[in-house]
Design a protein around this ligand. Structure first.
Ligand SMILES: C[S@@+](CC[C@H](N)C(=O)[O-])C[C@H]1O[C@@H](n2cnc3c(N)ncnc32)[C@H](O)[C@@H]1O
Length: 255
């Protein structure tokens, strides 16, 4: 995907998150739900992972997994500059096995993208094989409201680089529940204009189907679905039909 070959532009575009608040939230969630002590975090589809950089600063072990060589090289370079230790693993999120299992795994920014239910089940198998029993898997923000198509545009600026991002989804095949996700970044890098575009066909997993697939996989307990914003999740606000929100997170626990 073209946009993932430019980690700096990606980091600028998605730099609106507050990693400190997110990691504070992780720590609260761990205290409430984890059955094990957490020393080792795994970020799946980590990208430039502002989160792992914060996690490593707090003294935890940090592992980032991604398919993009450029993203992982950028993350290693940032870790070196910030004098923190981050391990990187280049692998497909649906087919991996860590040499040393993690105590907490997370995936952010709706990155759990799969093309089929088989890939989703294989993803769950991979996470289960690399997460200790009693450990949590935190999944952020895949849309649950399939009745509306999404389009968002925002602009971010850092170090004289301006990035306008447009993100769109639209249905492709209703019978097979597939949709097209398109992301465009229009970059002005000190006067040099660059346009990056990525498009993918993905399978929408309906909320009840998602829960059924977790049951079918059998390796996780489904702890719940909660509302949030991009940095904080409200454990006192479970998602229900009156409270449907695309800003959400799901929590699973390894059996
Ligand atoms: C939306 S970005 C999220 C990056 C970061 N976690 C964040 O929250 O900003 C998605 C990331 O997933 C990675 N990715 C895409 N497909 C993948 C796959 N099959 N396995 C592992 N990583 C993948 C991309 O390279 C990219 O870094």
């Amino acid at each position: 995907m073209e946009i993932y070959r430019h980690p700096l532009y990606y980091e600028i575009a998605f730099g609106f998150i507050d990693a400190k608040k997110q990691v504070d939230s992780f720590e609260r969630i761990i205290e409430k739900f984890s059955k094990i002590k957490v020393k080792r975090f795994l970020d799946i589809a980590c990208g430039p992972s502002l989160q792992l950089r914060e996690i490593a600063k707090r003294g935890y072990e940090a592992v980032g997994l991604d398919l993009s060589t450029e993203m992982l090289a950028y993350l290693r370079q940032k870790a070196k500059k910030e004098k923190v230790k981050i391990e990187t693993v280049k692998a497909d999120m649906c087919r991996f096995k860590l040499a040393k299992a993690a105590d907490f795994a997370f995936i952010m920014m709706g990155s759990l993208d799969v093309e089929s239910n088989e890939r989703f089940l294989s993803h769950l198998d991979s996470v289960a094989g690399s997460l200790k029993k009693g450990g949590l898997y935190f999944i952020q923000n895949k849309i649950v409201n399939w009745t509306s198509e999404e389009a968002q545009t925002w602009t971010m600026e850092r170090e004289g680089i301006n990035v306008k991002t447009t993100f769109r989804t639209h249905w492709k095949d209703l019978l097979n529940q597939t949709y097209i996700e398109k992301c465009t970044m229009e970059v002005n890098d000190h006067g040099q204009m660059i346009k990056l575009e990525s498009e993918e066909e993905l399978k929408f997993i309906f909320p009840q189907e998602f829960k059924t697939l977790i049951q079918l996989n059998g390796k996780f307990e489904f702890l719940g679905w909660w509302k949030g914003n991009c940095d904080t999740w409200h454990l006192n606000q479970p998602i229900c039909k009156e409270n449907l929100s695309n800003e959400n997170m799901v929590l699973l626990r390894r059996k």
